[in-house]
Design a protein around this ligand. Structure first.
Ligand code: NAP
Length: 487
């Protein structure tokens, strides 16, 4: 007999929206998305810095149920992706089930249900929870003396003030990740002076972001099969070459990646600057950056790569010291941009989640965050994560990953709906076996080859998916019920 389920989704980003659409498709219509912000879109809402684009080719960055012929560029600008999400939301009338300005504060598992309290009050009990609160969500602020004393405008890249212009200003950017690289290419020509504060150089794969001509878009519009073919081609290119290369499964593709990046550096004509931009770790150890304009931009006469260490931030700018001479220099700035990344290991924080027998998730995860197949957690029944620890971040299109994780969760939810289970959580043994396998395989990946990156958790382990896309797809296809405690 089919049971009517009440389901909570946390987060109205790309993953939570997809969950709502697919739950409705499965006939599960009593669904509420709790979203703490005032609008949807998650990361594409929060990140609106100049130059933001997807770093996966857009024709491969889409939901299976929403092919898109309209992308303007090979890698679509962020606002276009946000519009894509808004359009999907409108077409599916998602907002009727989204509660904005409603932050989940606590979730307690009692009497077989999740009792949720939000910033708006007690929301009652839910039969299942889809936690889709994002991975790169909490900005990481650098711990630098005097940060608060800066006299100009200062903000994190994920908090870019609306309509803020850098035109004609002296701009400093701290960080050299994907975000800072995109900003550099986009703003150097309009600022009066640009200082990029680099602690660690990055490998950059050349990727020219060409426009997709209107004739091509028209061809995709007229012939959806062509659009699908292009999706398949780009996706398999991504999974079979790039993603397989970084997990040690395609040495030829890895060698090609290395070559592309090393060759790319030759665009830097000055040997001293090139040396300062050359990493001393393996290509792909940190998340590989894609850019077709960074090296040109950093060589502009008004741009400066600062590699002396930052000693403190002052009212007038950023002070650095030469490692050898200890000579100090003040880089005077009007604007200081913190492109210092995110705390990727604060998943679902600061929510207090309490499972069976008063077990708190923050305490369970105090050592390391662990989840079975990245989706479920022992003692936290009927709680399903999209983007949980060890999700395949950084090697596949996130939208594809999210759909696969959701598909896995839905199979379990359907067992509950159909009366075949009331509570489902993985066994401790299943989690242990999974984690042992992760740890055994991780050394084959380039992420574990010796560098600092946001993939590495508090315990010092790489928290990504160390296998191929084919294995991920297989593991997400059908839950193995013997790995579950079924009540
Ligand atoms: P990130 O890759 O974590 O880079 C942070 C940068 O800040 C690093 O260069 C880091 O230096 C530097 N930094 C941090 N604290 C510092 C300090 N105290 N002093 C000096 N430098 C400091 O962050 P991100 O660039 O925002 O990118 C994060 C992820 O977001 C990316 O890897 C990617 O997955 C995603 N992203 C995606 C897109 C897209 O197009 N889809 C675009 C942007 C970002 P160290 O390297 O020395 O630690």
């Amino acid at each position: 007999m089919s049971k009517k389920l009440r389901i909570a989704v946390i987060g109205a980003g790309a993953s939570g929206m997809m969950a709502l659409i697919k739950l409705r498709e499965a006939g599960l219509t009593d669904v509420t998305i709790f979203e703490k912000a005032l609008s949807l879109g998650g990361t594409w809402r929060d990140n609106r810095y100049p130059g933001i684009t997807c770093d996966v080719p857009s024709l491969a960055y889409r939901y299976s149920f929403a092919p898109n012929a309209e992308w303007s560029h090979v890698c679509a600008p962020g606002p276009e992706i946000l519009d894509y999400l808004k359009d999907i939301a409108a077409r599916h009338d998602l907002e009727r089930d989204i509660r904005y300005d409603t932050e989940v504060r606590t979730a307690d598992f009692r009497d077989g249900q999740w009792h949720i309290v939000t910033s708006q009050g007690d929301e009652g009990a839910f039969d299942a929870v889809i936690a889709a609160a994002g991975v790169l969500h909490h900005p990481a602020y650098p711990d630098i003396e005097g940060l608060d004393t800066f006299g100009g405008d200062m903000f994190h890249t994920a908090r870019w003030p609306e309509n803020f212009s850098l035109k004609g200003k002296r701009v400093g950017v701290i960080g050299t990740g994907s975000t800072a690289t995109q900003i550099t290419g986009a703003v150097v020509d309009e600022v009066s002076h640009y200082s990029l504060f680099q602690r660690t150089p990055q490998w950059i794969l050349p990727l020219a972001n060409d426009p997709i001509p209107e004739e091509q878009r028209e061809a995709y519009r007229k012939n959806p099969a062509l659009l699908e073919e292009e999706f398949e081609r780009l996706s398999s290119q991504q999974t079979e070459s790039f993603a397989a290369a970084v997990v040690g499964e395609n040495p030829r593709a890895y060698a090609a990646l290395e070559n592309y990046c090393k060759e790319h550096l030759n665009l830097v004509t000055d040997a001293e600057l090139r040396a300062r931009l050359t990493p001393d770790y393996k290509v792909g150890c940190k998340r590989l950056i894609m850019s077709g304009n960074f090296y040109q931009a950093i060589q502009q006469p008004n741009a400066e790569l600062v590699t002396d260490a930052i000693t403190r931030i002052e009212r007038g700018g950023v002070r650095t010291a030469d490692a050898n001479s200890k000579e100090e220099r003040l880089h005077e700035l009007d604007v200081l941009v913190l492109a210092t990344g995110f705390d990727a290991h604060k998943i679902m924080s600061p929510m207090i989640v309490t499972g069976r027998n008063d077990k708190r998730l923050d305490r369970t995860w105090a050592g390391a965050q662990e989840a079975y197949l990245a989706v479920t957690i022992p003692d936290f029944p009927n709680w399903f994560m999209i983007g949980g620890p060890n999700s395949p971040v950084g090697n596949f299109s996130w939208l594809q990953t999210a759909e696969l994780q959701f598909g896995y969760a839905l199979k379990l939810i359907e067992l509950i709906r159909d009366g075949n289970a009331r509570e489902l959580s993985p066994t401790h043994e299943a989690l242990r076996t999974f984690n042992d396998a992760v740890k055994a395989k991780m050394p084959d990946t380039v992420w574990a080859s010796g560098c600092k990156s946001w993939y590495i958790n508090k315990e010092g382990h790489v928290a990504s998916w160390p296998w191929t896309f084919a294995k991920f797809k297989r593991d997400m296809t059908e839950p193995v019920l013997t790995d579950y405690e079924v009540v």
